[in-house]
Write a protein that binds this ligand. Structure first.
Ligand code: NAD
Length: 523
C-alpha cells in the first residue's frame, strides 16, 4: 500500500475535522465559550504529507486570564461535589472517548505523525486512565495513626488543591493531558491546559469531547484550554500564583525554567521531562525478545517518545552477533505514511526535527561514532510511493562509546547508539552515566543479574524493566523519572497525591489536654 491508498485529501480531512467539531479556522482557546483568541493564527501542517489541516488562532495572556477566572468560578462547586460523583462525570468522558476513538486517533496521526495504531493507542490510554480515575474517585484514602496521647485520634485526609496548570508536549498530544486532568478532576481540581504549539488541533478535539459531558452536568470550566506560545501563555502560567500546581511535560530545558519560576513563588511542580533510555543485553538474553523490544523502543513513534530507546549496551561476547540481528531488523523497517497500516515508522514532527537529527548524526561522527545504518531522508515509502512534506527519515544505528558527549543528550529522533560492556558492573556504570533517568531495561535469563539491575545499586531510573523494553508503559504504575527527567510521577499507583493537599488531623475526645512528648506546660 502506498500514498494514494493511505493519505487523506482535503475533503476527507475537512470531514474528519467536522466529525470532531473542529472548524477550518478554529479558535484555540476555550473557557466559558470558544473565545475570539487574541494571538496569531497558525497553519497546522501535517507532517504526514505537508498539507494544511486547519488554521488555529492562538491565545495570549488575556485569554489565559479569562480561562483562569472562569475555572476559579467553577472550582468551589466542583470541589463540593463528592469525589464518587466527580468520578461519574469522568466515566461519561471515558465513554465519549470510546465513541470518538477512531476519529481522534486519526487526528493524532495526522497532526503528530504517529502511525495509526499508536494514534488509536494514545486514545485508548485516555480511556484506560478514565476508568482508573473512576475507581480512584472512591479510593482517595488517608491513613489513620495511633496517637501517643490517650483519648486522641489522628488521621490524615486529602483535599483538592484548586487550579492545576497542565503544560504538554507534542509527542503525546492527548494522553498526557488525560493522565493529569482526569486524575486531578476526581481529586476535585480544575485544570487549565496549555498544549504544544505543534499540536493544537487534537487539544481542541479533546476539549470539545469533554465539554459535552461537562455541559450536560453544568460543570463547564472544570477543564479549560489555552493554546498559546510557551514563552507567552506558558510563562504566564508558571508565574501565576492562582495555580498552586504546574504539571509540565517537555524538554529538560523547559522543565528547568518551570522549576525556577514556580519554585521562586514556592508553588508545586510535577515535571515529566526528557529521557535517555537504555537497555542492557546480557550474554544469556533471549535474542528474539530483545530484538523485538529494541526495535519497538527505538523506532516506535519515530523515536519521539520520552521513553524511546536511545542506548543499547551489548555484552562483549554477543555484541557482533547482536549487531547483525539489529542490522537485519533495521533493514526491514517500513518507513511510510502514518495512516498506512503496514508502516512502522512515520514522519518526524517537522522539518526542523529532521535537521536536528542530521546535525546530531554529524556530531556523533565527529566524536568517533560510526553510522552503521540509516540516518538519511526518505522520499519514497517502502512500496515506492512518494512521501511528501520532507519529514521522513531512515532510523539509524550508530556504533558509539558512552564517553561521547552526544550519547549523553536526548536526540529526539530514531537514532540508536550501540555500545559494548565487559560485565554487569560495567553495564550499570555506563547505563547510569547520563543526566536523565526515565526508563531502563535488562534482557537476561539470570535471576541474580536481573535482581541486581533492579536493586539500589542497579538502574537509577524511575522505570526499570526485565525482558521488556523501555517504552509502552501501562497506566496502572506511577510514570516518571529521576535526575534531569524531573522526579515527577503521573498516571497510576498513588500519583494522585500530587494533585491534592494532605491535612493531618488530631482530635482530642478526652477531658484532658496532654501535650505530645510528655511536655508539662501548666500555670
Ligand atoms: P518542549 O519543551 O519544546 O515543549 C513542551 C511544552 O512546554 C510546550 O507546550 C511548550 O509550549 C511549553 N513551553 C516551552 N517553553 C516554555 C516556557 N518558557 N514556559 C512555559 N512553557 C513552555 O518539548 P516538546 O518538543 O514539545 O516535547 C518533547 C520533549 O518532551 C522531549 O524532551 C520528551 O522527552 C519530553 N517528554 C517527556 C515526557 C515524560 O513523561 N517524561 C512525555 C512526553 C514528552
Amino acid at each position: 500500500m502506498g500514498l494514494l491508498d493511505s493519505s487523506m485529501d482535503q475533503t476527507q480531512v475537512r470531514r474528519l475535522l467536522a466529525r470532531l467539531g473542529i472548524a477550518p479556522e478554529q479558535s484555540g482557546v476555550c473557557h466559558e465559550e470558544w473565545a475570539d483568541a487574541g494571538g496569531d493564527e497558525v497553519e497546522i501542517i501535517s507532517p504526514a504529507d505537508g498539507q494544511m489541516l486547519a488554521a488555529v488562532r492562538l491565545g495570549v495572556e488575556e485569554d489565559y486570564d479569562d480561562a483562569v477566572y472562569f475555572a476559579q468560578r467553577v472550582w468551589p462547586k466542583w470541589r463540593d461535589l463528592p469525589a464518587p460523583k466527580r468520578g461519574e462525570l469522568i466515566r461519561e468522558i471515558g465513554n465519549e472517548l470510546r465513541t470518538a476513538k477512531d476519529d481522534l486517533g486519526m487526528l493524532v496521526s495526522l497532526e503528530a505523525g504517529k502511525i495509526l495504531a499508536e494514534g488509536r493507542g494514545e486514545v485508548q490510554e485516555m480511556i484506560d486512565i478514565a476508568d482508573f480515575a473512576v475507581g480512584l474517585s472512591r479510593q482517595l484514602y488517608g491513613l489513620t495513626m495511633h496517637s501517643e496521647r490517650p483519648g486522641h485520634r489522628m488521621y490524615e485526609q486529602w483535599h483538592p488543591l484548586g487550579l492545576v496548570g497542565c503544560i504538554t508536549a507534542f509527542n503525546f498530544p492527548v494522553a498526557v493531558w488525560s493522565w493529569n486532568a482526569l486524575i486531578a478532576a476526581v481529586c476535585g481540581d480544575c485544570v487549565v491546559w496549555k498544549p504544544s504549539e505543534k499540536t493544537p488541533l487534537t487539544s481542541v478535539a479533546v476539549q470539545l469531547i469533554v465539554d459535552r459531558v461537562l455541559e450536560r452536568h453544568g460543570f463547564r470550566g472544570v477543564f479549560t484550554l489555552v493554546n498559546g506560545r510557551g514563552r507567552v501563555v506558558g510563562e504566564r502560567m508558571l508565574q501565576d500564583r492562582r495555580l498552586p500546581l504546574i504539571s509540565a511535560t517537555g524538554s529538560c530545558g523547559m522543565g528547568r525554567r518551570a522549576a525556577e519560576i514556580v519554585g521562586a513563588r514556592l508553588g508545586k511542580t510535577l515535571l515529566e521531562l526528557g529521557g535517555n533510555n537504555g537497555i542492557v543485553v546480557m550474554e544469556d538474553a533471549d535474542p528474539r525478545l530483545a530484538v523485538r523490544a529494541i526495535l519497538f523502543g527505538a523506532v516506535g513513534t519515530a523515536g519521539q517518545r520520552c521513553t524511546t530507546l536511545r542506548r543499547v549496551f551489548l555484552h562483549r561476547a554477543i555484541a557482533a552477533e547482536f549487531t547483525e540481528y539489529l542490522l537485519k531488523a533495521w533493514a526491514q523497517i517500513r518507513v511510510g505514511h502514518p495512516l498506512d497500516p503496514k508502516t512502522l515508522c512515520g514522519p518526524l514532527i517537522d522539518t526542523h526535527a529532521v535537521r536536528k537529527m542530521e546535525a546530531g548524526l554529524a556530531e556523533a561522527r565527529t566524536q568517533g561514532g560510526e553510522v552503521l545504518f540509516g540516518g538519511e531522508r526518505v522520499e519514497r515509502d517502502y512500496a515506492g510511493a512518494p512521501l511528501l512534506g520532507g519529514c521522513y527519515v531512515r532510523p539509524a544505528l550508530v556504533r558509539a562509546h558512552h564517553s561521547m558527549p552526544v550519547v549523553r543528550e536526548e536526540l529526539f529522533a530514531p537514532v540508536l547508539y550501540l555500545m559494548e560492556f565487559e560485565d554487569l558492573d560495567d553495564a550499570i556504570r555506563q547505563h547510569n552515566d547520563v543526566p536523565q533517568g526515565l526508563s531502563s531495561a535488562i534482557f537476561t535469563s539470570d535471576l541474580r543479574v536481573s535482581e541486581r539491575f533492579l536493586s539500589y545499586s542497579g538502574s537509577d531510573c524511575g522505570i526499570a524493566n526485565v525482558n521488556i523494553g523501555t517504552s509502552g508503559a501501562e497506566i496502572g504504575g506511577a510514570f516518571g523519572g529521576e535526575k534531569e527527567t524531573g522526579g515527577g510521577r503521573e498516571s497510576g499507583s498513588d500519583s494522585w497525591k500530587a494533585y491534592m493537599r494532605r491535612q493531618t488531623v488530631t482530635i482530642n475526645w478526652s477531658r484532658e489536654l496532654p501535650l505530645a512528648q510528655g511536655i508539662a506546660f501548666d500555670l
